[in-house]
Design a binder for this molecule. Structure first.
Ligand SMILES: *[C@@H]1O[C@H](CO)[C@@H](O)[C@H](O)[C@H]1NC(C)=O
Ligand SMILES: *[C@@H]1O[C@H](CO)[C@@H](O)[C@H](O)[C@H]1NC(C)=O
Ligand SMILES: *[C@@H]1O[C@H](CO)[C@@H](O)[C@H](O)[C@H]1NC(C)=O
Ligand SMILES: *[C@@H]1O[C@H](CO)[C@@H](O)[C@H](O)[C@H]1NC(C)=O
Ligand SMILES: *[C@@H]1O[C@H](CO)[C@@H](O)[C@H](O)[C@H]1NC(C)=O
Ligand SMILES: *[C@@H]1O[C@H](CO)[C@@H](O)[C@H](O)[C@H]1NC(C)=O
Length: 421
């Protein structure tokens, strides 16, 4: 966690999950919302919520890590593989119970305490009060088609690999707008990948999975292949020597069946400093040379350092989201983003070693000023995802909240003002 000297409140034991398959009536609203929903305590984590929903053939907006507390995830916006279909976690909240700094217990929704309802859905965790109970919308489960893809070139890879990688990456806006795909992938400049017996070793390579929830009859394994394979064939013929492997075999009965086999058990913790940038269609398709330069600049070739991770978690569902109450405080950059990119830097963990601490500072500076900076230069008018951001993000108010920042500060001040010490 990144909260030195902060007050931390342990909510782990505030448990309980209720699944409601009938419409939900927010407190003091003269109407009900016709959606299935989950209501849960502050200590409930991603894995338990996914399991509870799946037992009713429902699905929720979910991130990958199994032990993330849902409220922290949601209050920073909360991206997930179903985002391109249904929006972000914060877009699907119906009601919350909050303990304010003055000790009042408030129920916030679109009919009462609307300012807090707006702020808590995207304004960042640990800021306005302690959320003790949350109700979120759930969706009927549908099958999930997947396509895994790897490509790469052996060393010396530099030009062919990065050109092919940029050409492929520039197709994401079309994958989002035309095909409503989601997925996860990593562009690594120096990684160990295995494509076939004679194509194993250190490569510059991409490895990823594309996901298509079958929300319409036209969403089939074949339509998923037809969305991606022509692009793959195009780059294969443009960049001879590229190794490519695709795998279209897997259709899962539901998002949950894919999620539970693809995530966890969680790490006990790793030493990694991360950075984030949201990239829009202009950044990805506007200028291929600039994209390639940014991808090269965003990563280091040193083995073991993180590559450029691409969370393909935005798209029409996030762009067109209709959060309850007419809006929420999710970073407006998400409404234009196609992907959320993260990169990172590591250092040898040795808390008492002066040289390890020096190396940590060196890596932190490289991350902020070189790797993440390459992405900021590519997309200067976008922003970053607060939950996975560089702790030294410059101009963080704008990067994390854009035009919502001012109203968020006002709301925060109004609650701070009520603190009884
Ligand atoms: C979930 O779907 C399965 C398969 O269609 C069905 O057998 C089961 O009864 C459903 N469960 C609930 C709780 O609706
Ligand atoms: C999935 O269905 C949506 C809605 O019909 C459609 O716009 C999209 O192109 C489909 N995507 C694929 C890959 O089939
Ligand atoms: C490498 O393996 C592929 C199939 O896995 C095969 O088609 C190709 O001929 C092999 N190349 C060499 C140089 O052995
Ligand atoms: C294809 O994908 C499935 C499911 O992700 C995986 O179990 C299998 O190992 C993959 N096969 C190859 C050849 O990559
Ligand atoms: C594309 O980006 C490159 C590298 O940043 C730059 O030199 C070039 O002027 C850009 N082209 C256009 C048309 O903006
Ligand atoms: C890739 O990583 C290996 C293993 O750490 C290292 O020996 C090699 O120099 C790296 N290659 C490049 C081009 O950085």
């Amino acid at each position: 966690m990144t909260a030195p000297n902060a007050l931390t409140i342990w909510v782990h034991n505030i448990l309980g999950i209720t699944v409601q398959t009938t419409p939900f009536t927010p407190t003091n609203c003269p109407y009900s919302i016709s959606t299935p929903s989950l209501t849960f305590g502050a200590g409930e984590e991603m894995a338990a919520l996914n399991l509870a929903a799946s037992q009713y053939n429902l699905t929720i907006i979910s991130g990958g890590q199994t032990s993330i507390g849902y409220n922290g995830y949601m209050s920073g916006a909360g991206h997930g593989a179903l985002g391109p279909t249904y929006g972000m976690a914060a877009d699907n909240v119906l009601e919350m119970e909050v303990v304010t700094p003055s000790g009042e217990i408030l129920t916030v929704n679109e009919c009462q305490n609307q300012d807090l309802f707006w702020a808590l859905r995207g304004g960042g965790g640990s800021t306005f009060g302690v959320i003790t109970r949350t109700t979120i919308a759930a969706f009927p489960s549908v099958p999930l088609h997947t396509l895994t893809l790897q490509f790469g070139t052996p060393f010396p890879y530099s030009d062919t690999y990065w050109s092919a990688a940029a050409a492929f990456f520039s197709s994401y806006p079309s994958f989002a707008s035309n095909y409503h795909l989601a997925g996860y992938g990593t562009f690594s400049p120096n990684t160990s990948i295995s494509i076939s017996a004679n194509q194993t070793g250190n490569f510059g390579g991409f490895a990823g999975v594309f996901l298509l929830p079958a929300v319409s009859p036209s969403n089939t394994t074949t339509s998923l292949e037809q969305a991606i394979l022509p692009i793959v064939e195009e780059i294969q013929s443009s960049y001879p020597g590229l190794f490519i492997s695709t795998n279209t075999s897997a259709t899962y009965p539901s998002f949950y069946d894919w999620w539970i086999t693809s995530n966890g058990p969680d790490w006990g913790g790793i030493d990694l400093m991360v950075g984030s940038r949201l990239l829009d269609a202009e950044a990805l398709s506007g200028n291929l040379t600039a994209l390639k330069e940014a991808m090269m600049g965003a990563t280091t070739t040193t083995m073991g350092q993180a590559g450029l991770m691409v969370d393909f978690v935005s798209g029409v569902g996030v762009w067109d989201a209709k959060p309850r109450g007419g809006g929420n405080s999710v970073n407006p950059a998400w409404r234009r983003a196609v992907v959320h990119c993260t990169n990172g830097a590591t250092w040898p963990y040795a808390p008492s070693s002066p040289s390890a601490l020096t190396e940590r500072t060196t890596q932190q500076n490289l991350l902020t000023n070189t790797y993440v900076q390459a992405l900021r230069t590519l997309a200067p008018n976008m922003g970053a995802y607060v939950n996975e951001a560089d702790v030294n993000e410059p101009d963080f108010q704008k990067a994390f909240w854009g035009t919502n920042y001012e109203r968020l500060v006002e709301i925060k001040r109004s609650f701070e003002g009520s603190v009884i010490v």
